[in-house]
Design a protein around this ligand. Structure first.
Ligand code: C2E
Ligand code: MG
Ligand code: MG
Ligand code: MG
Length: 281
């Protein structure tokens, strides 16, 4: 009896795993098609200075105009892309599109500030990223100081010595670098001070419970202090409520990104935001 139950359990796990593998393959296949059919689009989420109330930049966030699912956020597909080589091609598309968009905005007299691009581990590991960025800066007419690269802490620390060398080259080109999801990837403080970065983004998991968790408040305050001490800009991610915003502000952090100000929006809405803001000046 026990034996057959055990067997059934294995069959059950097998089916579940098969289903997962099938879905993974399904997503991977349709990602190929998405590239060919140009189904990707970028949304942009403003980063705001709490003191001035002004937008200081945006983060570019990938969306998929899926033929069946509609506009789809990366949670559904980015892990599949990042586990395969597809992330290189998708990442290249993102870089090109941000540069094209930035040039267009600047030509229209709009001043969006820096736009941050998420860079995946495989992109950094490929030796072509710098050359690709350089070539596309030239071709697009986009300036390096309009761009910031966002890299998750976990990946930078995977091979910190190598990251330091690579990031230095990006800084020499004039690009800013921020560490994404900071606080979740066991940074070595010894390396942190060597990293040629410009910004720390406090992970949203610490922001979520600020109101109820004195531990999270302590962590947020410590990251803010640390960043300042290292001469970095610190931004809090995923700020949703007025109370969170005020706690972040009173902890000495001026920059936020989150629903409390705006969700990620399409390019047209960015233009509206920027025009409204310049009226406020
Ligand atoms: P991330 O880089 O940490 O981006 C922040 C995520 O938090 C975004 O989710 C954003 O919409 C969401 N967010 C912003 N404010 C709030 C808030 O107040 N509350 C809550 N609950 N969420 C908020 P999104 O757009 O779904 O992207 C998820 C992740 O997918 C990103 O996390 C990033 O790791 C990845 N991703 C997005 N675009 C790209 C891309 O172009 N390339 C790569 N490699 N990864 C990307
Ligand atoms: Mg990011
Ligand atoms: Mg993040
Ligand atoms: Mg994240």
């Amino acid at each position: 009896k026990a034996k057959s139950q055990g067997r059934n359990r294995y069959i059950f796990f097998d089916q579940e795993m098969n289903q997962e593998t099938n879905e993974h393959l399904e997503v991977e296949k349709s990602l190929h098609k998405a590239l060919v059919n140009q189904e990707f689009v970028l949304h942009y989420q403003p980063q705001v200075n709490l003191k001035s109330g002004k937008i200081i930049g945006f983060e570019a966030l990938l969306r998929w105009k899926h033929p069946k699912r509609g506009l789809t956020a990366p949670g559904y597909f980015i892990h599949v892309a990042e586990e395969s080589e597809l992330i290189i091609e998708i990442g290249n598309w993102v870089i090109k599109e941000v540069m094209r968009q930035l040039k267009e905005w600047h030509d229209k007299g709009l001043r969006p500030g820096k736009v941050a691009i998420n860079i995946a581990g495989k992109q950094l590991e490929s030796n072509h990223l710098i050359a690709f960025i350089l070539q596309n800066l030239k071709e697009s007419g986009c300036r390096p100081e309009w761009i910031e690269l966002e890299i998750v802490e976990r990946f930078i620390m995977k091979d910190a010595t190598k990251s330091i060398a690579l990031l230095k080259r990006f800084r020499e080109l004039g690009l800013d670098i921020s560490i994404d999801d900071f606080g979740t990837g066991h940074s070595s403080l010894a390396y942190l001070k060597e990293l040629p970065i410009t910004k720390l983004k406090i992970d949203q998991s610490f922001v979520q419970n600020l109101e109820n968790s004195s531990e999270d408040r302590a962590i947020a305050r410590t990251i803010i202090e640390l960043g300042r001490g290292l001469g970095l800009v610190v931004l809090a991610e995923g700020v949703e409520t007025k109370a969170q915003k005020e706690l972040i502000h009173s902890s000495g952090c001026d920059l936020i990104q989150g629903y409390v100000f705006s969700k990620p929006v399409d390019a047209k809405s960015v233009e509206e935001m920027l025009k409204n803001q310049s009226h406020m000046l």
